[in-house]
Design a protein around this ligand. Structure first.
Ligand code: ZN
Length: 412
């Protein structure tokens, strides 16, 4: 089994964390910002040095391809180079750099590929500058409408369309990734499970389905000092009651369910005034659609009227669980075993480009541990040792998949 080069991978990670470096050791590399363009330029230079062919599509996704002997659709690896505001040095970029390290190892060892190998950098995965997140994989997979995406604007009112034009990375639609033998995305876990269980490789079987509701409670504003308790219609007291009930009931579903009350607005939010309106969100994630239905049932069982207050429940959005390709998952597991790295099958609670790619390309993901489970912050860390183990597994998986794909073609 081939091994990737830890020192070389470390150097790449350190170099890329210089593009948009923040004071406290993180990065701010918003999509198509000058910092992102620097990272893109350097990424393209690295790939060209390796003799890879570069193409860019109309969403500024970059594809670097190493040819193979057959004309089979490529095996694609990668992730995204953009970050959130004051994000970490590993989210996204690690998927691109481990792919680069895999290609370097292939070339260095003179491995001849049967199937072409492509590294992809997806534009605007984070959605931190232009909403929504996973914008470009969303367009590629037909989940999002490109024209709508072009109109998305950043905080300075610059549209995605303008940013695309000015970036110099507006390629053509015919360069889009239409067909691939497989898509494999390595990513940091962004959660605490692997580290807590001392596991080196996460075999990601899918992305959790989720549902998000907005609950609106209406009461009546009045003076905080002169209104007797019995005569109040206080929506915050009722919201509190609803939340307690939700926590209790959702908590009974099972240990795998995660739920969050992430946003709450109290109107008018003045300490001398009884509020007249409280709005909060409740979102829940689980791999099993039946459990999500149970969550919805519980939300709908909240009263519509109580203590003179009215309660409305509105479903803001939901997504079905995405199940990744079992064959690729098994290959990732086999590769980890082969190196003697511990592995665990798990689901991703966070969204990734792979979840959209999975709709038309057999896809899966590899997770490496996040120290203290931190992500989307400057403290985001993964040891270089774990990074290179991930790169090893990525490399071995890709090599095995391409042998299998070529074999299948000869048999046909
Ligand atoms: Zn990411």
């Amino acid at each position: 089994m081939y091994k990737c080069n830890e020192a070389r991978l470390k150097e790449s990670i350190v170099t890329f964390s210089g593009f948009g470096a923040t004071e406290k050791g993180g990065v701010t590399r918003l999509s198509l910002s000058p910092e992102d363009l620097e990272a893109r330029k350097y990424f393209v230079e690295c790939c060209m040095e390796l003799g890879m062919a570069i193409r860019v599509d109309d969403m500024a996704n970059i594809y670097a391809t190493l040819p193979g002997k057959s004309s089979l659709p490529p095996i694609v690896m990668g992730s995204h180079l953009d970050s959130v505001l004051k994000g970490g040095k590993f989210d996204g970029v690690l998927g691109v750099l481990t792919a680069l390290e895999a290609v370097r190892t292939i070339i260095e060892n003179g491995i001849e590929l049967d199937v072409p190998l492509t590294i992809v950098n997806f534009t605007n995965e984070e959605g931190a500058r232009f909403e929504p997140s996973m914008m470009s994989s969303g367009v590629l997979s037909g989940k999002f409408d490109k024209e709508k995406m072009l109109k998305s604007t950043d905080m300075d009112n610059v549209s995605f369309k303008e940013a695309l034009k000015n970036s110099g990375y507006e390629g053509s639609e015919e360069n889009r990734l239409e067909e691939a033998s497989a898509y494999i995305e390595l990513h940091i876990e962004q959660g605490p499970v692997l580290e807590a269980e001392n596991i080196q490789i996460g075999v990601v079987e899918g992305v959790l389905g989720m549902v998000c509701y907005e609950i609106r409670v209406f009461g009546e504003s009045n003076h905080a000092g002169t209104t007797p308790m019995k005569m109040r219609k206080d929506p915050l007291f009722l919201a509190n009651h609803c939340i307690t009930m939700l926590i209790e009931e959702l908590g009974k579903i099972d240990d795998e369910l995660v739920f969050t009350i992430g946003r709450m607005n109290v109107t008018p939010n003045i300490h001398t005034v009884i509020p007249d309106k409280v709005v909060f969100t409740i979102e829940a994630r689980h791999r099993n659609p039946e459990k999500i239905s149970k969550v919805e049932e519980i939300i709908h069982s909240l009263p519509s009227m109580e203590g003179g207050c009215k309660i409305e429940k509105e479903k803001l959005w939901g997504r079905d669980t995405v199940v990744f390709d079992q064959e690729i998952c098994s290959q990732v597991e086999l590769a980890a075993n082969g190196y003697g790295y511990s592995s665990k099958r798990l689901y991703s609670g966070a969204g990734h480009d792979a979840q959209f790619m999975a709709s038309y390309i057999p896809s899966a993901m590899i997770f490496v541990p996040s120290i203290n489970g931190k992500s989307h912050c400057e403290e985001e860390e993964t040891t270089f040792e774990d990074c290179v183990k991930g790169a090893d597994v990525l490399l071995e998986t890709v090599l095995n998949l391409q042998t299998k794909a070529a074999l299948k073609e000869t048999l046909i």
